[in-house]
Write a protein that binds this ligand. Structure first.
Ligand SMILES: Cc1cc2nc3c(=O)[nH]c(=O)nc-3n(C[C@H](O)[C@H](O)[C@H](O)COP(=O)(O)OP(=O)(O)OC[C@H]3O[C@@H](n4cnc5c(N)ncnc54)[C@H](O)[C@@H]3O)c2cc1C
Ligand code: FES
Length: 257
């Protein structure tokens, strides 16, 4: 694919790429393994990095968009991609969000860069589903402008929306509507708080989890996480997992080179 756009969105980058012959239609919540076609790794005589895992934020008219936070060498290189540069991509991979249970109202809950896979879910479900988003600060909360309607925003420092945790907003919604199905993505501690709140209120929840991924298609077992039914490979059995299948949403994470 070739990068057609790479724009700053507050603390994040929104990278859009297209393929002349179109791309297979991904399901919301699936992911891709990405690497840049050029300068992926050290110098000419050093080994390249492994590709990195990213949920697609949007899939429209043969274009894929990724919302990215530059936190290390791979994401920093991707954040520098210029229009016209090549983006290597393997996917769509994994199992994404499933439809809400019969009659239940979807409730979307995102934390930080975990808002990415909720954007394409909202594109699918339509703008009526409530969206609750939590960020560190107003700079990160800029990503909320990508959502249709009026997402409820909370920030840690109160610089945008309410000064609260997104899980505070979630508890208020669950108190008012016990028939919601929750779709959540964010950092592990947030997902664990979502899991506990949903268990308490009896609301089914689907959690998009992360673990260190080396291959992305089931071969390396680098991404295994414990569930009530034993260990699963998050890249093929997830990344979206039912909260009721987990003892906890916090795992020790694997690294990658
Ligand atoms: C299914 C899936 C979907 C993802 N979607 C997105 C997305 O849409 N946008 C986005 O910005 N990021 C996403 N990520 C995270 C992204 O893959 C990592 O940020 C990236 O691999 C970091 O690479 P790096 O070389 O920049 O940093 P590294 O040097 O590899 O990592 C920097 C730090 O982050 C930790 N880390 C790296 N990857 C992970 C991980 N997967 N889980 C927990 N800790 C990790 C490392 O241990 C290290 O401390 C996703 C991850 C998964 C598994
Ligand atoms: S990333 Fe290799 S098995 Fe999941």
């Amino acid at each position: 694919m070739a990068v057609c756009d790479n724009v700053a969105l507050g603390a994040y980058r929104l990278i859009t790429a297209s393929e002349a012959h179109g791309v297979p239609e991904p399901q919301p919540g699936q992911f891709y393994m990405l690497s840049s076609a050029e300068r992926w790794g050290g110098g000419a005589d050093e080994r390249p990095y492994l590709p990195r895992a990213f949920s697609h934020a949007r899939a429209r008219e043969g274009r894929l968009s990724f919302l990215l936070e530059a936190i290390g060498p791979g994401t920093e290189r991707l954040a520098q991609l210029l229009p016209g540069e090549g983006l290597n991509l393997v996917g769509p991979l994994g199992i994404g969000w499933r439809p809400p249970r019969d009659g239940s109202r979807p409730l979307l809950v995102g934390g930080g860069i975990g808002t990415a896979p909720l954007l394409c879910l909202q594109d699918d479900l339509g703008p009526d589903a409530p969206v609750l988003l939590g960020f560190r600060s107003a700079e990160h909360a800029t990503a909320s402008s990508l959502f249709a309607g009026r997402p409820e925003v909370a920030t840690d420092d109160g610089s945008a929306g309410r000064q609260a945790l997104v899980t505070d907003l979630l508890r208020e919604h669950l108190d008012g509507d016990r028939a919601a199905t929750v779709f959540a993505c964010g950092p592990p501690a947030m997902l664990e708080a979502v899991r506990l709140a949903c268990t308490q209120s009896g609301a089914p929840a689907q959690l998009a989890l992360e673990s260190g991924m080396a291959c992305g298609f089931g071969a390396c077992f680098g991404c295994v996480v414990p569930t009530r039914a034993g260990y699963v490979r998050l890249c093929v059995d997830g990344p979206v997992v039912d909260a009721e299948d987990l003892e906890s949403a916090v795992f020790p994470t694997g690294g990658h080179a």
